[in-house]
Design a protein around this ligand. Structure first.
Ligand SMILES: NC(=O)c1ccc[n+]([C@@H]2O[C@H](COP(=O)([O-])OP(=O)(O)OC[C@H]3O[C@@H](n4cnc5c(N)ncnc54)[C@H](OP(=O)(O)O)[C@@H]3O)[C@@H](O)[C@H]2O)c1
Length: 324
């Protein structure tokens, strides 16, 4: 068994990591660090875990753990690592955007590898430090990477994606308040969302020309999941597009192609990404769906941990969709 530490344990992604690691055959949770709940039981923040663990939150880290997950807001991971030191053997998986862009990847003598297994699996296996991708970024990259690889993404790409309220973290805000969010939808940060940086870097990593990415993020009237649609000009047939996606994802454990149109509930509570293609005249519509807290965050973080330690890639991630 390896020993894991979680920083930011009372938040949404921290809670999901605790739930996943409690059921992981190769990992034992050593500590769950919290700035606000030290000394209290885990179930004081994550009530569903009542009776499932004796663990409590702690105000101290154990620097000797084998792996540590940073589940902190943007900027706080860099600050935390500047103020705390872990053993040289400790592998670090950061869920914020502090180290995702290439210009920020070098920190404290480490190089953070971008943790999207469908793109970077071999690098992840050898990494000591991982920058886990953003949730929108995961859904959108998985929708577009196969076209980017084959040099077929050189026209404008229009992207629309809707996220649940957990995407904004546990701290209430005006737009995550029940009265505002319920029976409501809205867009935000039109064409300027911060995930465009990491999406652009990955799509360009194959060396092919990439068209303009026009991304409109939306807030949905639900708690978890992301449904993303992207469309662009594509001269080939639907069968040709399908083959490109089949080839790209032939060895992917969690990204699956669907011949039927997809919806959110088929992936919520799982680490899966489902993808569907639709062709209309010379336009290809790509739809992808993920759970923002699993494939978009903590599930992908555990998938990365599995790869880094040589465990079965799917260990601890054989989950059941809510469906209804
Ligand atoms: N939510 C998602 O769907 C999602 C998806 C992908 C990536 N992410 C990224 O993952 C990170 C965590 O997201 P989240 O949704 O779990 O956020 P969250 O629910 O707001 O939790 C973050 C936790 O960090 C701790 N914290 C807050 N301020 C801190 C500070 N100044 N110093 C140290 N710790 C502090 C708090 O835990 P304690 O009170 O226990 O210390 C807080 O609950 C973010 O960078 C986010 O962008 C989130």
């Amino acid at each position: 068994m390896i020993k894991a530490g979680i920083i930011g344990g009372s938040g949404y992604t921290g809670g999901e990591l605790i739930r996943l690691l409690l059921n992981h055959a190769e990992t034992e949770i050593d500590f769950v660090f919290s700035t606000t709940r030290a000394g209290k039981p885990i179930a004081s923040a994550h009530q569903d875990l009542l009776g499932l663990t004796d663990l409590g939150f702690t105000g101290q880290i154990n620097p000797d753990v084998d792996v540590v997950f940073l589940c902190l807001g943007h900027g706080n991971s860099m600050k935390f690592l500047s103020e705390n030191t872990f053993a040289t053997k400790t592998k670090i998986i950061d869920l914020s955007n502090d180290f995702r862009l290439r210009e920020n990847a070098a920190f404290g003598g480490n190089h953070f590898v971008y943790g999207l297994p469908e793109l970077n699996k071999e690098h992840i296996k050898n990494a000591m430090t991982i920058a886990n991708p953003g949730c929108f970024a995961t859904a959108i990259q998985l929708a577009l990477l196969p076209l980017a690889k084959d040099g077929l993404l050189d026209n404008e790409v229009h992207i629309n994606a809707m996220t649940g309220s957990t995407g904004a973290g546990i701290k209430p805000s005006e737009t995550s308040h029940f009265s505002w969010r319920n029976n409501n939808i809205s867009w935000y940060k039109p064409f300027t969302h911060q995930h465009l940086g990491e999406i652009g870097e990955s799509l360009k990593s194959f060396g092919n020309q990439i068209g303009k990415l026009l991304f409109l993020p939306n807030r949905g009237n639900f708690t978890r999941g992301i449904l993303a649609t992207a469309y662009t000009q594509f001269e080939g047939s639907l069968e040709e597009a399908r083959k490109i996606y089949d080839d790209f994802y032939s060895t992917s454990l969690f990204t699956h192609f669907s011949d039927e149109p997809i919806h959110l509930k088929q992936v919520v509570n799982t680490n899966n990404c489902h993808i569907h293609l639709h062709k209309h005249e010379d336009v290809l519509l790509i739809t992808s769906a993920i759970d923002n807290l699993l494939k978009g965050a903590s599930g992908q973080a555990v998938q990365n941990m599995n790869l880094m330690f040589g465990f079965d890639e799917g260990e601890g991630l054989k989950l059941k969709a809510g469906v209804f």
